[in-house]
Design a protein around this ligand. Structure first.
Ligand code: SF4
Ligand code: FES
Length: 257
């Protein structure tokens, strides 16, 4: 297990961990926008940059992306130097130019002293920060219904050819992981709409609540062997009713007298 130093504190980390994980384990906060535990690190937003050095480097330091830089024995990590804060400030300044009205970006930029972007503000403001969490989670569950489209200032998240994506299962993973709530959807007792498609909802056999799309249940059933061992049965009830059912199977706790 490699031992490293983060902001002067010795930290023993897991073999194969990245600096971000080791820092969080030591209670050191590093800001992130494109990181999500459970998804492979991507290194896209560059907000988690930190400086590293080692004994014997004669004081030389290097800027690395914390979510993708592997820990190693003797590594010295600095997360709050002037250089690190300046790098993050520039990243947030640029993001604020793209997303001048996005509350999350405005709040984070303000923490680094940026109230108004010093770059040319986007004439068509958007709340999409291009973190790719939505496309990565969609790939992760084996659907890949959406991806990045176009390049440069016109880059965006979209289904192929901007048409309602045939592969989408209406699971909402993209909308729920989005840090800026950019992806719109609606869910009623019978249907859900997202990315221009409409999905039939399955209702909980116990409470009647619409809780999952039929397409999502079918997707999990079809991919059960490769992805999860959850039986199709599992989708007959909503999460809340499943919890109640499980609780009712617990043995009664003896009363203390
Ligand atoms: S839609 Fe949301 S999750 Fe997807 S890239 Fe944009 S900000 Fe990130
Ligand atoms: S969180 Fe590391 S690059 Fe985005």
């Amino acid at each position: 297990m490699p031992t490293l130093t983060i902001n002067g504190k010795k930290v023993q980390s897991r073999e194969g961990a990245y600096v971000l994980e080791a820092a969080r384990q030591a209670g050191v906060e590093i800001p992130t926008l494109c990181h999500f535990e459970g998804l492979e690190p991507w290194g896209g937003c560059r907000l988690c940059q930190v400086q590293i050095t080692k004994d014997g480097w004669d004081g030389w330091k290097k800027m690395v992306v914390g979510c993708m830089f592997p820990v190693e024995e003797g590594l010295i990590v600095l997360t709050e130097t002037d250089e690190v804060r300046e790098t993050r400030r520039v990243v947030l300044d640029l993001l604020l130019a793209r997303c001048p009205d996005t509350p999350l970006i405005r709040t984070m930029a303000k923490e680094y002293g940026v109230e108004r972007t010093s770059y040319v503000s986007n004439p068509e403001p958007t709340d999409c920060i291009l973190c790719s969490l939505c496309t990565r989670v969609c790939d992760h569950i084996g659907v890949s219904a959406i991806s990045t489209a176009d390049r440069g200032a016109g880059k965006e998240i979209a289904p192929p050819f901007h048409e309602p994506p045939a592969a989408c299962i209406g699971c909402l993973a993209c909308a729920e992981i989005c840090p800026t709530d950019f992806i719109p959807y609606t869910t009623s007792h019978t249907t859900r709409s997202i990315w221009g498609r409409e999905f039939e909802m399955l209702r909980c056999e116990d409470c009647g609540r619409a809780h999952i799309t039929k397409a999502q249940a079918e997707h999990h059933a079809a991919n059960r062997a490769e992805t999860t061992d959850v039986p199709q049965e599992w989708f007959r009830y909503c999460d809340s009713c499943k919890r109640k059912q499980q609780a009712s199977r617990f043995p009664a706790v003896p009363q203390l007298v």
